[in-house]
Design a protein around this ligand. Sequence first.
Ligand SMILES: C[S@@+](CC[C@H](N)C(=O)[O-])C[C@H]1O[C@@H](n2cnc3c(N)ncnc32)[C@H](O)[C@@H]1O
Length: 482
Amino acid sequence: MVSVGSLTSSCGSGTIRLRDGRRVWRLGLAPHQLADCGALTTDGSTTGAVGKPRVGGVSLRGLACEVPPSGTSNNPVVLDLFCGAGGMSLGFERAGYRIGLGVDRDPQACETHAYNFGNRSVQADLAEIGDPEGFVRRHGVQRVDVIVAGPPCQGFSRVGRGKLRDLKKDAGYIHDPRNQCYKDFIRFVDGLKPAYFVLENVPDMAFYSDGEGSLVDKMLNALAELGYCGGHDGRPAWGILSAEDYGVPQTRRRLFIAGSNRDREIDWPPEPTHRGSPVTVWDAIGDLPIIAHGCRIDEMPYEARDDLSDYQQIMRDGAGYVLFNHQTRWHNQQDLHAFAWMPEGWKYVDLPERFKRYRDDIFKDKYRKLYRDRPSWTIEAHIGKDTYRHIYPAGLGDPEPPRTISVREAARLQSFPDRFRFRGAFTKQFCQVGNAVPPLLAKAVAAAIRRGVVAGLAESLSPEQDPEAVAGGRMSKWGLEH
Ligand SMILES: C[S@@+](CC[C@H](N)C(=O)[O-])C[C@H]1O[C@@H](n2cnc3c(N)ncnc32)[C@H](O)[C@@H]1O
């Protein structure tokens, strides 16, 4: 048994760093349970001052797992604007990038990002940052190779081609402040001149016009003027990607724009890996512990219910035996009867009258029960308000009681692995999940541009530049060492 270091701090979050500074381990334990730890050994037990193989009544054996730090020092550095919980950050990290900084104005989203990305997160309103270069330097980031951004999309989400003509006259729509965030993104690209950028939004952004032509067109022109290309027409590449084609158990479609000031043509779109054979809801969540509605236990033991599917194995990678965020909403008896009675795929409008308590001409799909053997429909930020559109696929006679999905199940359907923990209020956790870019989709995009990014990095990194200074070694608002 070899001692690999000592547990030095619990960071108030269950994340600990070994004294040798090389590894970060995450335990499924509350900070107070870690207080008495001695040295941590390679097999996950403790020795040394305290020398207990059990901490806080829980065995450490097999509980600890190594979590890769956010890329190694010479990996390309990413600045994630409007980072939310960090779906985009996670995808890029998994594709071999280093997360330099995530910025978001929402404190709870920042808390989640900070927890999962070694505290590389700042809470700030991007519209108020006048000097992007000064801002990132003040936060310890010396260079930015890639800017990724997922500005808010609610303002775009109510249009379709058919509605566009009416909306062009609607001042509330044209001047919706949520639709102006792209300007902050362009300002950051202009100020920091990263080799690459990736912007994500809802497909409806392609239909949005502020009265002077399509917004996507305007953005592509503005970014081309800044020297960014990558598409066939000399402007950045763009297109709409389906998450299910990249192994996400969800039929989510999102618009991406990717540009480079180095690559004439980006390898776009990323090669689909799962077209025609999508991951299903049951592949994604069928192993998770059986719980009831109104379950508010934030940390529970994980034990697989059956052999794990390929997808579940990916989701379990790096997770300990403690499962986080498997919490559900409370529902009244009438709803629970309806949930139990509904066959998979049914909507509110399909229910017999005795189950209805809303007008079914307005609330046609207020309730919707997931299919086990198909991908989920889109998980939206609205899931922070209610989960009725994602009813758990169990029926009368099944061992699982009627309920809507848990935060962890929503996270699985978005391809967040179990080691990724959501912080903040329960409803905010749902919101963070629904807002996120599915990490596996982000990873596919990140991998598609990686060769070009790395080539650009090798060209521009001067030999005397200290790659360790690229990102890190600072304290953020969250006051945690990393
Ligand atoms: C669609 S979500 C981003 C999700 C993220 N890309 C992910 O993958 O998890 C949009 C985020 O923009 C943030 N936001 C909106 N306006 C902002 C502003 N002016 N400055 C900073 N963040 C902002 C919201 O708090 C929200 O978290």
